[in-house]
Design a protein around this ligand. Structure first.
Ligand code: NAD
Ligand code: WQD
Length: 339
């Protein structure tokens, strides 16, 4: 299949390119490198010996979208491009609605004009909001508590109406907590600033860039008092997109899928796994709870298993070991010059 990958230079997009090329799909990336770099695509080419066409541009640019559609003629689009920092979304709501919602809308218009009817969309477990029950299944009420979460929910609604109206296919993947890196250790997560997320923060403590991890609360109603999440290895997540492409080829309408392991680990458990993978101590300081955090969440991933024929295979140890292999080989991320 010919697959247009918006945001393909990003963390999840780049790992997905590797899996797509491994399955002999043809890919074209559209990315403005707002949170990534073209260096990432060089690593993908090096790893796969594959052709990675790339167009530098904004997903809200109608002219670029129209040109890409007519030049590349994709059979399907995977739409990763977007802004993802929950805290920033609260201080810059219009910027987030513009990139994430308006970007999705313009992309769909360009797809309509080109007759492209299949899209795989990066949604998030954050659309569920405060759990009414756990594990979350796809029928759980949707009540996001941040602007970021609302941009994802609105995009899901637009995609659903689009698919129902025009006979298109929209596969909505609700990611849980993506972590880890490619086994080659030449690709991984490369935060441009102080990491917001747990795993990259722990990795920077291990490498000596940060003195300690702040554990945001140890008085939650969980077995060890720290927050629990459903961490999913990025390579498993990438493979879910390949499965979703096959699904989209044989189904119309919109369908959401949880993409998680179904297993929740606490912050303390993650620290212990990282200490075991690195052989280094990770100093921690117990800090106040982070505003907006929930105690625990995990996926019911049975729909993806049954309908996409997909399930996670990587373990917690794989997540920690691959993160460390990437971080230690590339202490400055993609700026570590070893090409
Ligand atoms: P990322 O920031 O690494 O990747 C996003 C990519 O989109 C980047 O390469 C960025 O340069 C590009 N981009 C941003 N704005 C753009 C625009 N206007 N036009 C073109 N390109 C643009 O993030 P990621 O972690 O790979 O996330 C990918 C998608 O998955 C995002 O939509 C994100 O909201 C969603 N998601 C991420 C997580 C997570 O924890 N990483 C969880 C759930 C959902
Ligand atoms: C995990 C756990 C923290 C950092 C976020 C977004 C979500 C999705 C994934 C995009 C929590 C604790 C963290 C630290 C800590 N992104 N923690 N010290 O908050 O579950 O999800 O990323 O869609 O929308 O909200 O992930 O990695 O930030 O936190 O103690 O320095 O680690 O309190 O329990 P989160 P996270």
């Amino acid at each position: 299949m010919r697959v247009l990958v918006t945001g393909g230079a990003g963390y999840i997009g780049s790992h997905t390119l590797v899996e797509l090329l491994g399955q002999a799909h043809e890919v074209c990336v559209l990315d403005n490198y707002d949170n990534s770099s073209p260096l990432v695509l060089d690593r993908v080419r090096k790893l796969t010996n594959g052709a990675v066409m790339a167009v530098e541009g904004d997903v809200r640019d109608d002219v670029i979208l129209s040109d890409v559609m007519s030049d590349f003629r994709p059979d399907a689009v995977i739409h990763f491009a977007g802004l993802k920092a929950v805290g920033d979304s609260m201080t810059n709501p219009l910027g987030y609605y513009d990139v994430n919602v308006n970007g999705t809308l313009r992309l769909l218009r360009a797809m309509n004009a080109a007759g492209c009817t299949r899209i795989i969309f990066s949604s998030s477990a954050t659309v569920y909001g405060e759990p009414i029950y756990l594990p979350y299944d796809e029928a759980h009420p949707l009540n996001p508590t941040s602007v970021y979460g609302r941009t994802k929910l609105m995009s899901e609604q637009i995609l659903t109406d689009w698919a129902n109206a025009g006979g298109g296919s929209a596969v909505i993947l609700r990611y849980f907590n993506p972590v880890g890196a490619h086994a080659s250790a030449i690709m991984g997560e490369d935060p441009s600033d102080v990491p917001n997320n747990l795993m990259p923060y722990i990795a920077q403590v291990a490498i000596g860039k940060r003195a300690h991890l702040n554990v945001f609360g140890d008085d939650y109603d969980t077995p060890d008092g720290t927050g629990q999440r459903d961490y999913i290895h990025v390579v498993d997540l990438a493979r879910a997109h390949v499965a979703a492409l096959d699904y989209a080829a044989t189904h119309t309408g919109a369908r959401p899928f949880n993409v998680g392991t179904g297993q929740a680990y606490s912050v303390k458990r993650m620290v212990a796994a990282f200490e075991a993978a690195t052989g280094r101590p990770i100093p921690v300081v117990i800090a106040p709870r982070r505003a907006g955090d929930i105690a625990a969440m995990q996926a019911d991933a049975s729909r993806a298993r049954q309908e996409l024929d997909w399930q996670a295979t990587h373990t917690l140890e794989d997540m920690a070991a691959s993160t460390w292999a990437w971080q230690s080989a590339n202490p400055d991320g993609y700026r570590s010059a070893n090409d």
